[in-house]
Write a protein that binds this ligand. Structure first.
Ligand SMILES: *Cc1c(COP(=O)(O)O)cnc(C)c1O
Length: 316
């Protein structure tokens, strides 16, 4: 079981907001992916000896899956589309930590290259390859889709919703806006769905960090066809590519980290930029930002930012 993560007060853009510190959830297993994988931590899987995942070699889900496997005593195989050579020569961040946890990171591009007919004749994706070639041969294996985008995520995200609901009640808040930046939107969707179904006055607002607003809305529909239960999407105002470096992201990251709390460099900078844009429209209504962890990724992102924009604040 994951413990209740704390809520702190946080000064931002000239006012106080509440910060849900899901980065402090558990020393080894925290943040967004821990919530989405909590189902697997809390349930018994008789006979299962291995968990298989798929995604990018720097993904937060790679590290979180390796931590889950370690807690469960499972082996972990993680399939990636490719591994960049600099990652192999100097492993850092999520990749290095997952390897240290005993996870096998398997490069699918070499496997698929060895079977070109699969690609040509069947147009297989990596997901197809795992489904047909790997899982069939390994029956005692649990397969978790990329980034934990699946119904299983509802379990852990609902526990997060209960924590927020209980906290809001204790604070005597009759309304609350919960804001978090979205990738697949799985977390934002299951949170808002919980609050709507409980007829609570808590509502979830989010912004699209991966893809645009339409892609995010489409992701919501895939998990839940009822648009009345979808979170509100706040428009970012400009097209940003996921994982690319932007000076305004770096500047925002430095601002929020000046508080003494570490934030991550992929989702939080855009999250706080969007929050700053919309906060003035919300008057005095209480706002909570969810810190979704992911800090190990900074070990890879920060050197990239420092190389590109330098250490000096004055150059920004
Ligand atoms: C995965 C992740 C997200 C995105 O979560 P979704 O449920 O896919 O929207 C946001 N922040 C961090 C730190 C993450 O690791």
């Amino acid at each position: 079981m994951l413990v209740n993560s704390p809520v702190e007060s946080f000064s931002f853009a000239g006012r106080e907001i509440f910060l849900k510190r899901d980065d402090l959830l558990h020393p080894a297993f925290s943040g967004n992916k821990a919530r989405k994988f909590a189902y697997f931590l809390d349930h018994d899987f008789a006979g299962v000896t291995k968990v298989i995942g798929h995604g990018s070699a720097q993904a937060n889900s790679l590290y979180s899956l390796s931590a889950l496997a370690k807690l469960k005593g499972w082996q972990c195989d993680f399939y990636v589309d490719h591994i960049a050579s600099h990652v192999l020569t100097l492993p850092t961040g999520n990749y290095a930590a997952a390897i240290a946890n005993g996870t096998q990171v398997i490069d699918l591009s070499s496997l698929i290259a060895a079977n070109p007919f699969l690609l040509r004749e069947f147009k297989w994706t990596c997901h197809d390859y795992i489904e047909h070639q790997v899982l069939a041969a390994e029956p005692d294996t649990l397969f978790i889709p990329e980034g934990g985008r699946c119904q299983y995520a509802e379990y852990g995200v609902s526990l997060l919703a209960v924590e927020i609901e209980t906290w809001a009640m204790q604070q005597g808040l009759t309304e609350l806006k919960v804001f978090l930046p979205a990738g697949t939107g799985t977390t934002a969707l299951f949170l808002n769905q919980y609050f709507v179904r409980k007829q609570s006055h808590i509502r979830v607002l989010t912004c699209a960090v991966v893809g645009g607003d339409e892609y995010l809305a489409q992701q919501f529909y895939e998990l839940n066809p009822n648009a009345a239960e979808h979170p509100q999407i706040l428009n970012v105002g400009k097209k940003y590519h996921f994982g690319k470096l932007y000076p305004e992201f770096y500047a925002m990251w430095q601002r929020i980290c000046a508080s003494g709390i570490q934030f991550e460099l992929l989702y939080d900078p855009l999250g706080f930029m969007v929050l700053e844009k919309y906060l003035p429209q919300w008057g005095a209504s209480p706002v909570m930002y969810i810190h979704q962890g992911g800090l190990l990724g900074n070990e890879t992102m920060l050197p990239r930012y420092l190389r590109k924009f330098g250490k000096s604040r004055t150059t920004l």
